[in-house]
Design a protein around this ligand. Structure first.
Ligand SMILES: Cc1cc2nc3c(=O)[nH]c(=O)nc-3n(C[C@H](O)[C@H](O)[C@H](O)COP(=O)(O)OP(=O)(O)OC[C@H]3O[C@@H](n4cnc5c(N)ncnc54)[C@H](O)[C@@H]3O)c2cc1C
Length: 475
């Protein structure tokens, strides 16, 4: 008999959360804490979604998306999770850039960037301050017609080097480009500039384990290997979900699955009006990513001056097209020293990430796909040798992931690393007006993605679900 992952699950809950990414986990926690009966359904055998890790022989643990997030995570984790989680967030102090235009090390905050821009890049102090103030003053309701390129041209005309310094890390952090609305840049950039870049001490495995414990304390019923096939929206309101062949009813369903997957595959377009469907269809997915995971032999150490995060590029100029090309010129290296997991075996690991297009990998026949992955590993080792000399002799384990890997594990269409482009946010927000009781929270619109964005979006939507359930109970 196959194992029943829904054994003893009830027939009805106040809320069903579909997907245990950071938005789904946080929403489930808020609702559980508010006293709602919550069923959290995750199709994978692990919680976390993109916030995940994997183990390899030799005591190596690789983090997939633990490269850096803004300080705001401390406040969000303290409020919506636990003090233990919040207190485990630590700063990454050595952020490096190395490209044909400049090589610098920074703490990646406003103070240090101001100093660099004025002293090293020789930019006028007034322009630097005005730029920071403008970026920090941006909010969601601002003009969305101005692009990031226009914002830079206003303050730093003709300065490709300055644009590279300001933009390259954010493109990496949320997939946004010079052509995207300036607010999708300004909000994320300012979040980082407030205090720098942070990480979770103990690794993603420890974070997700602590979250799971807290969810259980709050009474959330968590089920893994539970693939939701359908959300029943007949008559314009949510009734139930079908999961592993079983139907479970709920007062509300909050989907943390990809936005388009939620509308077109889980619910079904017949339950939404035509204008909404046209808008949903027009939402662009964000790009995906390739990664190369490298673990050093147990006795091999890397000098910490190598940096925590290193934005390296051999391209003469910063261009979105170059960042996505299969002919890789830009790699962002994350260095994980033994202090990442002080409780574990002392290991040094490196993850190299490059933005990528799903189409470049999707239809490769299996032999070509495997050969391309091998080539990705080899060219990455070649490039890394500049920063970690003799890497080939020192490395214990190397493997690569591609856009296909991310799609496979999270069901994100096209393996989108950061959900959708900006227009996805309005569509996500409008879902409950189309189908009563159906909600979406998860990576959309650049701002609401990344660890902090996804988590905070989960909070916003959980509060809306709670209010709606309260209103229904009163009526
Ligand atoms: C390579 C990479 C590097 C990244 N680096 C960073 C970084 O350094 N800093 C940062 O802040 N962010 C980073 N991100 C982005 C960040 O990880 C994501 O934005 C965030 O984790 C997404 O959270 P989410 O809540 O949107 O859900 P997701 O993580 O997308 O999870 C959705 C969940 O829903 C589940 N699901 C989907 N469909 C179903 C279904 N039908 N039934 C049941 N379950 C379902 C999936 O299995 C998954 O667990 C990175 C992402 C990638 C891919």
């Amino acid at each position: 008999m196959p194992r029943d992952f829904l054994q003893n699950a009830r027939d009805r809950y106040d809320v069903i959360v579909v997907g245990a990414g950071l938005a789904g986990l946080t929403a489930a926690n808020i609702l559980g804490r508010a006293g709602r009966s919550v069923l959290l359904l995750e199709q994978h055998y692990k919680l976390g979604g993109m916030a995940t890790w994997f183990k390899r022989p030799g005591g190596h643990i690789f983090d997939i998306s633990l490269h850096g997030f803004p300080y705001g995570m401390v406040k969000s984790c303290r409020r919506y999770w636990t003090a233990e989680i919040a207190d485990s967030i630590v700063q990454l102090k050595n952020i490096r850039f190395d490209n044909p235009m400049f090589s610098i090390t920074t703490t990646f905050n406003r103070e240090d960037f101001t100093k660099l821009l004025i002293d090293d890049f020789r930019v006028d102090a007034q322009a630097v301050n005005d730029f920071f103030d403008t970026a920090r003053g941006m909010n969601f309701y601002d003009d969305q017609g101005t692009t990031t390129r226009e914002l830079f041209d206003r303050f730093f005309p003709g300065r490709e080097d300055v644009i590279r310094l300001l933009m390259e890390p954010i493109t990496y952090a949320n997939g946004s480009t010079l052509e995207d609305p300036a607010i999708s840049y300004g909000i994320v950039f300012s979040n980082f500039m407030s205090k720098g870049v942070f990480t979770f001490q103990g690794g993603t495995d420890r974070l997700i384990h602590l979250m799971e414990e807290e969810l259980k304390r709050n009474g959330v019923d968590i089920r893994i290997n539970a693939n939701v096939e359908h959300i029943d929206c007949r008559g314009g309101r949510v009734h139930s979900v079908t999961v592993n062949g079983r139907t479970i009813a709920a007062g509300a369903v909050l989907s943390n699955s990809n936005l388009k997957q939620t509308i077109f595959n889980l619910a079904g377009e017949e339950y939404f009006d035509k204008k909404f469907i046209d808008e949903a269809r027009a939402v662009r997915l964000n790009n995906s990513s390739t990664q190369v995971y490298m673990a050093l032999k147990p006795d091999e150490q890397i000098d910490e001056s190598t940096g925590d995060l290193l934005f390296s590029s051999t391209a003469p100029l910063f261009r979105t097209e170059l960042l996505l090309s299969r002919d890789i010129t830009s790699r962002t290296y994350s260095f994980y020293y033994p202090r990442t997991r002080p409780q574990g075996r002392p290991r040094c690991l490196i993850v190299s990430s490059t933005n990528a297009r799903y189409e470049d990998w999707a239809d490769l026949p299996e032999d070509q796909y495997e050969a391309s992955k091998r080539d990705l590993c080899e060219t990455t080792l070649d490039a890394l040798d500049k920063y970690v000399p003799n890497i080939r002799q020192r490395v214990d384990h190397v493997e690569a992931s591609t856009p296909r890997t991310f799609q496979h594990y999270t069901q994100h269409l096209a393996g989108a690393s950061f959900g959708t482009k900006f227009e996805g946010l309005a569509v996500s927000r409008a879902i409950p007006q189309q189908v009563k009781g159906l909600y979406h929270a998860g990576s959309v619109g650049i701002i609401m993605s990344g660890w902090l964005g996804a988590m905070n979006y989960g909070v916003i939507v959980a509060n809306e679900v709670d209010n709606a359930l309260m209103a229904t109970a009163r009526s």
